[in-house]
Structure formats: C-alpha cells, structure tokens
Design a protein around this ligand. Structure first.
Ligand SMILES: *[C@@H]1O[C@H](CO)[C@@H](O)[C@H](O)[C@H]1NC(C)=O
Ligand SMILES: *[C@@H]1O[C@H](CO)[C@@H](O)[C@H](O)[C@H]1NC(C)=O
Length: 226
C-alpha cells in the first residue's frame, strides 16, 4: 500500500512539471543583413528549375530557387557572420509577382549558434519592404512566433549583389536558465478533490544548455494526520 501511494504521488508531481516548464515568453528583436549573390562565380542563389549557366528568372511562374546567403551583424559584407539564410523560394503567382519563401535562419554565432528560426511566407517581389511570418524555431527559439521585414539597401547589377536589411521580432521561450517556484497539492487518490496528504514546495531550474534537463530542489511537506 505504501508503494502504491508513493507512485501516485510521483505521478502527480511529474504531471504538473510538464505544464509549467515553459515559463513566460521572451521577446527578441534583431536587425541583420543578408548578402545575396544571384549570379557570378560566388552565387548564393541557384535556379533549380532553370537551364544551367543562365541568370535566374524570378518572375517565371513555377521557377524554384535554392539559397544559402551569409547573414551579418553590420551592413558590410566583411562584418562578422551571425547566420546563414538557407532554404528555397518558388515564384507562386501566375503573373510572377509573388514568391513563396520556405527558409531557415541557421545561426552560427556564439549567442544563438545551433538555433534556427523558420520562415514560411509570401513575399511580394516589387514591394520596397516585405513582411514575412516566422512560424517556428529551435533551441533558443523554441515555439517561436513572429514576423520579419526584408528591405533592399543596395543592389549592384554588375555583381548581381544585393544587401537586404532583415528585421526580426519574435516571441519565444528560452531553453536554459529559467527558474520556477512551485507549491503543488499532493493527494492520496488521483482525483484533485481527494484528501490532501502533502504539498510539494520548492524550486526547479532548467539546468541543461539545450533545455533537456531540469534540476529539482523540493520538499514534500506533509499535512495529513499520519
Ligand atoms: C569569389 O570568392 C572568392 C573567395 O572568397 C574571392 O576570392 C573572389 O574575389 C570572389 N569573386 C567575386 C567575383 O566576387
Ligand atoms: C529595421 O530596423 C532599423 C533599425 O534597427 C530601422 O532603421 C529600420 O527602419 C527598420 N526597418 C523596417 C522596415 O522596419
């Protein structure tokens, strides 16, 4: 009977953790710069569907492109790299005006290295500023939701080289260094209305850099007669 009681107790404690682990969301803003080479020997965009060796035609319905643009902290191409913009986009409007973008921002810097943000959006090609949706993320950007803007700062037609300002606003949950306090009722039976035996009072801290483990410091404070 004592063993059964203990297992119920553990079950109730574990159950409340999984609900509280996320904490409150963090809002992050960034201004970064894409360096996009649509032609030349160092091209960072390739037309998957086009004939080899020709410049990409962004206005042809159904044209598909794969990209791997360096993304830097400052506007200059030689400024330190923060991420890569890796993914694909497809001209998705019959009249060639819109592209559908499916892209990961793959961070390479110390602060966010290994984390990603995921973009899925329609991009209106001729708009000066286009806004895209951020639909997810990983590691430091778990459960990311937000939006980003793209604005072309300069275009060198001889080098096929564009510098694009990329502003990110995202809500997400940090995967490390979060701390939570708890005071959970612990009951004899599985029902919440069953008689209270103790309180689970203490704190827990997310203790793995990747957010996979929590460190628990807790007292089971008995309140029953026994
Ligand atoms: C291509 O990249 C190489 C290596 O980074 C560089 O030396 C060369 O100048 C680049 N060429 C052009 C046309 O940008
Ligand atoms: C992006 O952010 C920069 C400064 O961080 C600002 O000057 C610029 O106006 C913003 N662009 C858009 C389209 O909001």
């Amino acid at each position: 009977m004592a063993i059964i009681r203990l297992s119920l107790l553990l079950f109730l404690v574990m159950f409340t953790y999984s609900g509280a682990e996320l904490g409150s969301p963090t809002e992050t803003h960034m201004t970064l710069y894409f360096h996009d080479y649509s032609g030349g020997v160092n091209a960072t965009v390739m037309e998957v569907t086009g004939p080899p060796g020709k410049l990409p035609d962004f206005t042809k319905f159904g044209a598909m492109f794969v990209t791997d643009d360096p993304i830097t902290k400052e506007i200059h191409a030689t400024s330190s790299q923060v991420a890569r913009g890796q993914g694909l986009y497809i001209t998705s409007a019959l009249d060639g005006s819109n592209t559908h973008v499916l892209m990961s921002i793959v961070f390479t810097n110390e602060e966010y290295g290994g984390s990603t943000l995921e973009i899925q959006a329609t991009n209106v090609q001729l708009e000066r500023v286009s806004e895209v949706a951020i639909v997810g993320g990983s590691r430091k950007f778990r459960f990311a939701r937000g939006y980003a803007t793209f604005e072309t700062m300069s275009f060198d037609s001889a080098l096929h080289y564009a510098v694009i300002q990329f502003n990110v606003t995202v809500l997400h949950y940090q995967s490390s260094t979060d701390m939570f306090f708890t005071d959970d009722p612990i009951t004899k039976e599985i029902h919440a209305t069953s008689s209270q035996v103790a309180r689970g009072q203490g704190l827990y801290v997310t203790s793995a850099l990747d957010g996979s483990n929590i460190h628990v410091l807790m007292s089971i404070v008995f309140t029953n007669e026994e």
